[in-house]
Design a protein around this ligand. Structure first.
Ligand code: GLU
Length: 310
């Protein structure tokens, strides 16, 4: 790993962004949530955040929704609220090899538990473990938590939330199935409401990199204040490696080797332990649902800065 050098890194980041612009044309913006169709397939941003500051290149002024990236944050909250034993009673620790929204293994796995907290079924089960009277109370806690990490009061994109709430039939199916098998606690629609809201929280690419830095710093804010236990971050970082990039996590671990989590809005957050937080944005997705420019930028960055943890 080379030491943080703003000018040198900025040049490297700029070159990487331009070199990978070509990929966007080969990807496709997610359209199964109607509001996400509005994403600009040509937009691209890359942000690196370290203890010494952050550098931004590309279309960094845009806000986008966290989508699946919210899963790592709600998992942290649930682990802090309930402890690992209770969380892992409801959700497993293994990659699935299936698409993120697959229902198949819920019925065929002996325990009926979703295989991990990064797939939709697992994340919905995790929602039911967050403490609070109802989904309003719980989402308030989630928003407060993320606002502390990114140092801005984050909000929900109402259109994206509404759009997913109206069309999230598959997520509803997963949730009702898990209610039947007693994996899910509480009122199903209330749990789903929290899930749809957490996915619709808006951030910028710079804020994404701050989330990455928070993870890289094992749960400490930039002011040194500890927000979650180190062990919580250790668990979440491990899931990022094994399941963070959908069913392309193995390939990404080989090509980039950085713990990362992606979302169907085209965002990816990555964390190089004790060193860097990285945010990438590019709404054109590959066939696995990862930002096509994002995965290539991260692989190049890892290569040029020696960032692989392996
Ligand atoms: N809100 C999305 C869904 O549930 C999140 C998926 C993702 O980003 O992977 O389908």
């Amino acid at each position: 790993m080379i030491p943080w050098n703003y000018t040198q890194f900025k040049q490297i980041a700029q070159n990487i962004l331009e070199d990978n612009r070509k990929w966007s044309a080969q990807g496709k913006v997610a359209d199964y949530i109607p509001e996400l169709k509005k994403g600009d397939p040509n937009a691209m941003a890359l942000v690196l955040a370290s203890r010494d500051g952050s550098l931004v290149v590309g279309d960094c002024d845009r806000l986008f929704t966290l989508q699946s990236i919210s899963k790592i944050l709600t998992l942290m909250i649930a682990l802090e609220d309930q402890g690992p034993a209770k969380v892992f009673f409801h959700v497993g620790k293994e990659p699935t090899g299936d698409p993120f929204n697959s229902i198949a293994k819920l019925e065929t796995t002996a325990t009926a538990r979703p295989l991990n907290p990064m797939i939709n079924a697992g994340a919905i089960a995790v929602c039911s473990l967050i403490k609070g009277k109802n989904s309003d109370d719980k989402i308030k806690r989630v928003l407060e938590f993320i606002s502390m990490v990114v140092e801005r009061e984050v909000t929900i994109n109402a259109e994206v939330y509404q759009s997913e709430k109206e069309t999230g039939h598959r997520n509803r199916a997963l949730a009702y199935f898990m209610k039947d098998t007693e994996v899910l606690e509480g009122d199903v629609e209330d749990v789903l409401d929290l899930y749809f809201k957490q996915c619709a929280i808006e951030v910028s690419c710079e804020e994404l990199a701050k989330i990455g830095l928070f993870i890289a710093k094992k749960g400490e804010l930039t002011n040194g204040r500890r927000m979650v236990q180190r062990d919580t971050v250790r668990l979440v970082t491990t899931f990022m490696v094994t399941c963070g990039m959908y069913n392309a996590s193995g390939e990404f671990a080989i090509n980039a080797g950085i713990p990362a989590k992606s979302g169907v809005s085209g965002a990816i957050v990555a964390a190089v332990p004790n060193y860097l937080g990285i945010g990438t944005y590019g709404p054109a997705l590959d066939e696995k649902g990862n930002s096509i420019s994002g995965v290539h930028m991260l692989a190049d960055l890892a290569d040029q800065l020696g960032l692989s943890i392996f």
